[in-house]
Design a protein around this ligand. Sequence first.
Ligand SMILES: Nc1ncnc2c1ncn2[C@@H]1O[C@H](COP(=O)(O)OP(=O)(O)OP(=O)(O)O)[C@@H](O)[C@H]1O
Length: 337
Amino acid sequence: MTTASTARVGVESVAAGSAPAWAARTTGLRKVYGSTVAVDRVDLAVPHGAVLGMLGPNGSGKTTTIRMLLGLVTPTEGAVELLGQPLPGGAERALPHVGALVEGPGFHPFLSGRENLRRAASAEPLLATGSIRSAVQTALDRVGLAGAADRRYRGYSLGMKQRLGLAAALLVPRKLIVLDEPTNGLDPAGTREIRQVIADLHAAGTTVVVSSHLLAEVEATCTHVAVLRRGTVVAQGALADLLQAGTPALLVSTPQVTEALNALRAARVSARQVADGVRVELIGTTAPAVLATLVHAGVEVHEARRHRDGLEDVFARLTESETTDRSTVDTVEEEQR
Ligand SMILES: Nc1ncnc2c1ncn2[C@@H]1O[C@H](COP(=O)(O)OP(=O)(O)OP(=O)(O)O)[C@@H](O)[C@H]1O
């Protein structure tokens, strides 16, 4: 994978005067806090219309990257382009089209959720004064906060605060929505609602960047993924490509595990014991060949099914291995050729 070259595609199309290829992108982004390198050499490319999940262990640089993407934190090095506008110079042109939910949205504790949203709405350049009341109500309805809208913000639970932050991001139709851990503090029903909001945004053509620890959420909602590890992007691209990059395996259910492993080893096939049988890596072999080997050795096979790594397996491999291969995943660039 070549994140640097994905970024170059964007440069060329902008230079040619066409619409930028990316809703957002960063080039060589670096942020240093004292002796901590929070983000290093991050080349992130967010295709228009994508739902890009930003994944990474705690402290891997997701929030810092998102804050730089939004112009909230100044990079130590590197460049950010938002909706075709370079930051910070083009911030005024880009930011009205960008909605964001980031930690500490700065709501007033003694005002109600509705009043807070009205204040936020009055600062929206794209919202006419006469439309504020209905825009606020629509946003409250959309995040399921209408019932608590007239209570003071300081009495809100973490989940309600998250919903209000999301409502602020949705006050006007946006081209790009950036959500930092949006399901933080939400119960399962709230998490499902966020998933639906993201799906609706995607269906409407809005680009979404969402950071999350919840791999199942990302797998269910995202079209693209960027995996961060220790401040750098170790993989990015279409989710389907990321999942395809894993080695296919065959899960064979058998009571004769030892016999199965011996037969496969004799045939030089890589296999290991799993819960109810053996897992066979389909490297240099095929499922029918594996089954023929087992049957020929007299191994009782109860069931055999193909298995591909889910996002959780892929994520674990990318973030836990010390020898992470940065070329594991096909790039967005290849997809766009
Ligand atoms: N304002 C700051 N001052 C000093 N260090 C910081 C600051 N912000 C972030 N860091 C450090 O930078 C690194 C990346 O932090 P960041 O919050 O971006 O990671 P993250 O992936 O969002 O983590 P989490 O999932 O825990 O929120 C961490 O080591 C963190 O301690």
